[in-house]
Design a binder for this molecule. Structure first.
Ligand code: SF4
Ligand code: MG
Length: 334
């Protein structure tokens, strides 16, 4: 499968009152065309910052300090991070080739414009459809995301809709230009189970129809089991394990992944379950532990090694884990 989006060596940091926080600390990730990559991990592990870095949405309080994010969805591949903020390729990606949905719908809906105006405008900019056709398409999409009476609701302002309805409207806006990549940052967490299921179904059917790729950020392992082709497990700003979904669930390599999976009894029927509690909290990234950042919580930590040395990234025929336990494997990075 061909790479659609390739993140290499991404470092993103933020200024806080207490100092500079390295929220993303050397992330490599690839989203393949038409496939779903789920990014999983506890909150504070840098999942959202990774996603926001892609469309350069961190730039008010943070900065991308290093790395490349290559977009392969156009005629020529280019590094999104090297584009000038006014480059029209960036505008074409935002809301066009890359749709983005957040947990908080108000972050992306314009309060003073009707849902319909926002949809129609986005559709017209990115597809060149006429006004009437765009409105038809908008009504159709609102119906697909589960908004009742879409031909009436299309003329509502965000404040006239409930939180759940705004969430669906935002999803319709993200999908309306038929993006080749949808980035979804915990988009269903706040919704009831029925609506969640509906939205996941919608994402899947659009994927089948348009070969849309999805980068889905979640802490819900039931969603991962149901949606993912590939999974990246993040811990404290790094991807600690990466594998095809079946391999990951059947044979997790990294002790953090093992701990995450430890209490998921029935895969696929467990939607809505939060990640199990692993002893200890995610450390404050301002005070990153020495050696392997997971060592204070790791059940398999090797004293004298894990608290001192950064673990190698080990390659297992296409899947990877960043852990010293596998350092002797052939092909392991030094
Ligand atoms: Fe645990 Fe050591 Fe592996 Fe880190 S490197 S996950 S501390 S065994
Ligand atoms: Mg988040």
């Amino acid at each position: 499968d061909s790479a659609l989006l390739e993140i290499k060596g991404l470092h993103t940091s933020f200024n806080t009152f207490d100092g500079r926080v390295r929220a993303v600390d050397g992330v490599d990730l690839t989203v393949h065309a038409g496939k779903t990559l789920c990014v999983v991990g506890e909150s504070g592990c840098g999942k959202s910052v990774t996603a926001r870095s892609i469309l350069r949405l961190v730039e008010d309080s943070g900065s991308v300090d290093a790395g490349t994010i290559t977009w392969h969805g156009g005629d020529e591949p280019f590094d999104i991070l090297s584009l000038d903020a006014k480059d029209r390729r960036l505008a074409k990606l935002r809301g066009g080739d890359i749709g983005m949905i957040f947990q908080e719908p108000m972050a992306s809906l314009l309060p003073l414009r009707t849902i319909g105006a926002q949809l129609v405008e986005t559709i017209r900019i990115h597809t060149g459809m006429g006004r009437r056709a765009a409105r038809e398409r908008a009504i159709e999409l609102l119906g697909q995301v589960g908004i009742p009476k879409p031909h009436e609701r299309i003329d509502a302002y965000p404040f006239q809709l409930s939180g759940g309805m705004c969430q669906r409207a935002m999803i319709a806006i993200a999908l309306c230009a038929n993006p080749s990549l949808l980035i979804a940052d915990e988009p269903t967490t706040a919704l009831d189970v029925t609506t969640q299921a509906r939205i996941l179904d919608l994402i899947r059917s659009l994927q089948a129809e348009h070969r849309m790729a999805v980068m889905f950020i979640t802490h819900d392992l039931g969603v991962v089991a149901e949606l993912a082709d590939e999974v990246a497990v993040m811990y404290l700003g790094r991807v600690v394990e990466r594998a095809a979904v079946d391999e990951l669930f059947a044979d997790p390599k990294h002790p953090y992944t093992k701990a995450l999976l430890a209490s998921v009894p029935v895969l696929g029927r467990d939607r809505g379950r939060d990640l199990p509690t692993i002893p200890g909290a995610v450390p404050n990234p301002l005070h990153r532990p020495s050696g392997c950042s997971f060592h204070p919580r790791c059940a398999e930590a090797v004293a004298g090694t894990c608290d001192v040395e950064a673990p190698p990234e080990v390659d297992f025929d296409g899947r990877t884990a960043e852990c010293v336990l596998y350092a002797d494997r052939e092909g392991a990075a030094a």
